[in-house]
Every structure is written in C-alpha cells, then in structure tokens.
Design a protein around this ligand. Structure first.
Ligand code: MN
Length: 727
C-alpha cells in the first residue's frame, strides 16, 4: 500500500530535482480532502493517487505531473475545485487535473459512433498536454491492479476498455511497461482460461527456461566482452499477452512460437549495433526473413532496434534485439523518456514533433464518424505482420501486410504519391493495386504534369489509414470547389435514395444542424468533407436519417412506406441496382448473404428498417418463413430483375463434394480459369474416408452462367456433386 514516504524515497533517488515542498503540500491537501473515503479494497482513498504518483515518479515525470497525480481525483470526488488548485499550485497543474477529470468522464461505448467521439476527445486532451494522457495511463494501471475488488460486470467492462483503448494508446506512445501490464491484466479478466493456460505452461519449465537464457547470455558475453565496453546483455520470456496473440490470433502451436525468448543487447553506438549483429549471426544460425531493421525504419511510436531470430545448437529459436542505450530508453519509456532522460536537452519542439501524429489524426478526423478507422490507426502498428520492400536505391520501407504500391509511394513522400502514374516491381510494370511482398524492389513512376493528382478510386485500394489520409488531404486542399459540388451531388443522391424530403426553406437549417453534428462550421465545409472522402456518407446516413426522423417526426414505418410509394410514381425497367422493386423507384437495394440471389432467380424484397430493400431468392428459407408470418408480411414486396443489368458482378458460392485425389484442386482452379471466372475464395476441407469438400466463391453475372459453371465442374473426374451454398 502506497504511502507518502515511499513516494518521497523514489523522488529523492531520481536524478532530476523535484519541488518537494509543493509535492508535500499537494499530499496534505489531498489526504485531508479524501479522508474518510475508502477504495473498494478497503484501503484509504489516498493510497490510489499516491500509487499513481509513484508510477509516474518511477517514470521520471516532472514535479507538475506528480502534483497533478496526487490531486487527480479531488475535483471529481471532494469539495476542492479547479480554481483552488490554480491559486494554490499553478494554472498548469490545474489544467492537467482538469484534463484527467474530463477524460474520466468520457464513457466507453462499444457503439462505433460514440467511440469515435470519445477518441476525438482523448486526442484533444493529448494534443493540449501529453502529460494528461501519461497520467491517465498510470491512473488506469493502478485501477487495473486493484480490479479484483470490483463487480464481475465492472471488471469485464473495464478490462475491455483497457484492451481496446488504453493499451493501444500506451503502445502508440511507446510506453512499453504500462502497455504490457495493461494487456496482461486485461487478458486475465477477458480470457481467464487462456491466461491461466499460458501462465501454467510458462511456469512449468521455468527453471529450464531460465538456465537456457543464462546459457545463451553467457555465450554472447564471452564473445563480446573482449571487444565491447559498457554493454548490457539480458534476456526474458515475452509477455503473456504477447504469447497469447501469437498462439490464438495466428493460431500457432505453443512450441512454434519463435519469440517466447528475447535476448537484449544494449551497446553504445549505432555502428556497434550492426557489428554486434554480425557477431550474433556468426555465432548462431539466423532464420531467413526474420531480420528487421527498426533502426533505419523506426516504428511509428519511435521504437528503434535491430531484431533477428536465430537458432542455437539445440535448435531452440530465440529473438535477439540490439540497440543503443538511448534507443533502449525510448523502447522502455516511449514518450515518457522525454522527461526521464532528456531534461534540458530536448526542447518542447522536439516533443511536439513526437506527438505530431495526434494533431494529424485530429485534423483528418474532424467530421468523420469512421470509428473503425480511427481505432485502426491507433492500433495499426499493433498488427505485427509487416512486409519489407526496397527502393531502387536499396532503402528499406516497412509497411503492413496487404499494402499496395500506392501505400509505398505515399510512404516515401506525399508528393511521390500525388504525382504517381505507375509502378514497377523488380523491373516489371504492375497495376496499382498490386500487393507488396517482402524483398520486392519497387520503383514509382511519377509525372510533372501540372494539375496531376491521385484518383478517388485509390481510397478503396490502399491499405494504411495514413495513406488514405494523405490522399484525402490532397483532395481537401487542391479541389475544394470540385469537392463541394461532388459532395452536394452525393448528398442529394443519398437523400433521394432514403426518401428524405426537406423543403427548400428548411434545407439550410437542417444541413447546418448536420454539419454541426459532424463538427464542421459551414454547409460548404460539410459538402467539401463528403467530396474529399473525410465523411463517408454511407456510414453517416443512418445518423442523418435519425436526425431527419426527429426533425419531422415521421416515425411510423407505414407512413414512410406511403411516402416512398408516392414518390415512386413511375416504373422503369432499368434500375441502377439491377432490381425493380414493385411500387418503389430508386430505393436502396442490397442482396442478402443467406441466399445470394442471381439474375434469373425468382426474387422477393424485404423492406428493412432504414437500410432499404433486401433481396432474397423466393425459395430462400428466410423469405419463405417470413412470408408466412403475417404480422411481418406487409414488409415483403414483389421484385423482378431489370431487363438490362449493366456490368453487374455478383458473387456466388458453391459446395463441391467428391473423392480426394492428387491434383483435384488444380483441376478445379484450371476449369474456373478456363471459363474466365474470377475466384474470390477457395476452401478445401478434408472429410473422412478420402472424401473432400471444396467451397468456392466466385464472381458471376447471372443464373445461366452459374448453371454452366456448375455443370462443367461436376464433369471433373472425382467430383460427385456441385451445389449452391446455402448459409
Ligand atoms: Mn483515479
């Protein structure tokens, strides 16, 4: 249990100088204010702010942060207010306390839209003063350490929020120690069975593991110590969550995991890093394609190190990380290293530069409700799977798996991306959606033609959020007029599709309301944001429709339907969706996944709540059942296929059964290839007694073509049955 003497001791042994009288004053104030309050554990409340302050002291944070930590709950839970803190301490400290209090009030919600808004608030708090977020992380750490005393529901909610939000933020800020502990504790509550399994496995051969590590360390020491001074070699078993992610997420067997062991070698200079790497590769056999140079290409959270996985003579693989002392400070403490090690050396500019991504994220994020993308951006470097590709001059570029040549171009420089007209991989021209693989040499071909820029289609091709942001910001800057026009047209189209009719005089009021709801100042800004893709209308329409409903109170679905029918006065045999819905023109149509209807199938439509009409096959089990349910039956409408369906590509899935033999899969793929059928997925499942089941999803234009494909497939030797998949 934390007490003030303990905190004082940590502060006194730190190398920086602290304003101890001010810290003690904060302690007296908080201790008195919280007196009588208890934590759920039964401890006096003051133990919590003290524990938070201790964590921050261990991280070498400054006096202001320590004082704010001690006071961080007084505004929320006691009579003391911000004005008092401002007067008795400083405006700076009051601001940190205020920021932390506000963060605490943001409720966590799994609802995407709400989550986006919450993250926006967090980013705002971070960009104002990053110490707010560091304090909040320390606060969360102590709350996680004492989570046992909360109710089961609260434990699960808090653990989920920590795993989804705080651990990724800690990771993004590079504060490894907090990140790993947050993840491990969260996992213990979220998946206790797996947690215990890994913990037991690790404990089982603990002595063996330790002696293995010690043996390796002494081998390396023996080799390096004659040549290198002031270096440090240590080893550890990786974190439980780290192992969990590999075992469960990548479904590998426990003993297949290379990086359970990590050896760390800390040296003095950059050159020594590469020299030591050479020595290691000379001593042990490196595993090909497991070498990563995070020194020349640091991770987004500033992490720098060389990683290599090698095998010793007993064939046990282990990872070796090589870095300088300074790189190690950043690896352990991330952004907090700024306070711990760089006092007086590094200015505020340098710190600003390190968290510039927060501001960038805020800028690109204004007006978007695409929570998945924001969370994705924060988590993106959590996805450890990366590819390493080369520029023609041999520099390495690190990108996530699935990145395209466009991502590569933008990773080099925004201007390279904006001026790109083509790309070569290993000397050959490739299409722009080509996915990169480790080892490729990529050459981007650019033009100097004035006015040339990226294409809007690229937004659907690229892999990383940062590329998408760069493309959007080009459109945002270069094409405002065009964006406004495009956004306006798009919005009108969506209004029509959802049948939202707003009178001309009401329109500006309604639009201003929507713009404000998206944190934008004017209607033009709103149009422009749609135009450059900052707002994805298909994702926002539900919210806009809700606002419309509240605005006009046309809540009855029957009324909506009548309104739909009124506006749909004429029928056309040509519909953009390829389907004509009886009595309704131009309504949003989607094809249900359960039965994947194709042109030629007899179909029926179902009016969903707010998502247009979903089309089923008449013989679909869902359609059949629902039609019989009379209370729902008014939602079913007759539908037919349009005469002309231009360029539509449908997807269809079939199951193939037969006897397994060598080359069967090849024959199936060849047959499909000969019929020029694009295959989206092919899954083969082994069945008992040499039987096999293959499920294939491919692109197709209508029922006739499907029947042709099915009959061709059934002629392949060994195949006994081909059926349309029912889900
Ligand atoms: Mn707290």
């Amino acid at each position: 249990m934390a007490d003030f003497n303990e905190l004082e001791l940590i502060l006194k042994t730190n190398q920086r100088s602290y304003d101890l009288p001010m810290i003690e004053k904060a302690y007296r104030l908080a201790e008195e204010a919280h007196r009588g309050q208890l934590r759920k554990s039964g401890d006096a409340y003051i133990t919590h702010p003290l524990a938070v302050a201790e964590t921050l002291a261990e991280f070498g944070m400054d006096s202001e942060t320590i004082v704010a930590a001690i006071l961080h709950d007084v505004v929320e839970d006691t009579d003391i207010n911000l004005a008092q803190i401002k007067k008795e301490f400083s405006p700076e400290i009051a601001e940190i306390v205020n920021g932390v209090t506000k963060l605490g009030k943001i409720p966590f919600s799994s609802r995407e839209e709400q989550q986006a808004e919450n993250i926006r608030k967090m980013l705002l708090a971070m960009s104002a003063d990053i110490r707010v977020m560091i304090l909040k992380l320390a606060d969360r750490l102590h709350n996680m350490r004492t989570l046992d005393f909360k109710t089961e529901q609260k434990q699960r909610d808090t653990a989920l929020e920590t795993m989804e939000l705080y651990a990724p933020i800690a990771h993004r800020l590079g504060i490894r120690q907090i990140q790993e502990e947050l993840e491990d504790i969260s996992l213990r509550y979220l998946d206790p069975v797996a947690y215990n399994e890994i913990e037991t496995l690790l404990a089982m051969e603990k002595d063996e593991r330790n002696s293995f590590l010690n043996l390796i360390i002494s081998k390396i020491e023996e080799r390096l110590s004659p040549t290198y001074n002031n270096i440090k070699i240590d080893g550890r078993v990786k974190s439980i969550y780290g192992i969990y992610r590999k075992v469960y997420a990548q479904s590998r067997a426990f003993d297949e995991i290379y990086d359970i062991y990590a050896i760390r070698i800390i040296v003095n200079t950059l050159n020594e890093c590469y020299n030591v790497l050479g020595e290691i590769h000379d001593m042990f056999r490196p595993i090909p394609s497991r070498f990563k140079d995070y020194i020349s290409t640091p991770k987004p959270n500033m992490y720098q190190s060389l990683h290599t996985t090698v095998i010793d003579r007993e064939a046990v693989p282990f990872e070796v990380q090589i870095r300088t002392w300074e790189m190690n400070h950043t690896a352990e403490y991330g952004i907090a290293a700024h306070w711990k090690y760089k006092e007086g050396v590094e200015g505020k500019d340098k710190l600003d530069e390190k968290i510039s991504w927060v501001r960038q994220l805020l800028e690109t994020q204004t007006g978007t409700v695409d929570a998945q993308e924001i969370v994705g951006t924060i988590k993106s470097d959590l996805a450890a799977e990366e590819v390493f590709v080369f520029t023609p001059k041999g520099s390495v570029v690190t990108l996530p798996v699935g990145a395209t040549v466009i991502d590569f171009a933008y990773a080099i420089h925004s201007e390279v991306g904006n001026r790109m007209i083509g790309a070569k991989i290993d000397g050959r021209m490739v299409s722009l959606d080509t996915k990169l693989q480790t080892g490729m040499i990529v050459n981007i071909i650019t033009t100097n033609m004035p006015g040339h820029g990226p294409s809007r289609d690229w937004l659907n091709i690229v892999r990383t959020a940062s590329t998408r942001n760069k493309i959007r910001s080009w459109f945002k800057k270069e094409r405002r007029d065009e964006n406004i026009a495009q956004g306006k047209a798009e919005l009108e189209r969506e209004f029509k599709r959802y049948n939202l009719s707003v009178s001309a005089e009401d329109m500006p009021v309604f639009l201003r309301k929507i713009a404000k709801n998206h944190h934008l100042n004017s209607i033009d800004d709103f149009y422009a944001a749609i135009g450059y893709g900052g707002i994805v209308l298909s994702k926002s329409m539900q919210r806009i429709r809700d606002m419309y409903m509240r605005h006009y109170k046309t809540t009855s679905e029957e009324e909506m339907r009548k309104q739909l029918e009124k506006t749909a006065s004429h029928r056309s045999k040509k519909a953009s969706s390829g389907v004509i819905v009886e009595g309704l023109d131009g309504c949003l149509v989607k094809f249900s996944k359960c039965c994947s209807p194709l042109p030629g199938d007899s179909i029926v439509g179902y009016i969903t709540r707010g998502f247009g009409v979903s089309i089923h096959r008449k013989d679909c089990i869902n359609a059949d059942g629902a039609v019989r349910d009379l209370s729902q039956s008014e939602r079913w409408v007759e539908c037919e296929w349009a005469d002309k369906i231009d360029g539509e590509r449908f997807k269809s899935t079939v199951d193939i059964y037969g006897k397994d033999r060598a080359g069967l899969l090849v024959d199936v793929s060849t047959a499909l290839n000969n019929m020029r059928v694009p295959v989206y997925s092919l899954i083969a499942r082994e069945q008992p007694d040499d039987a096999t089941g293959i499920q294939i999803t491919f692109g197709i234009s209508d029922l006739t073509q499907l029947q042709h494909i099915m009959s061709s497939l059934s002629k392949i030797s060994g195949i006994s049955r081909v059926e349309r998949t029912v889900q």
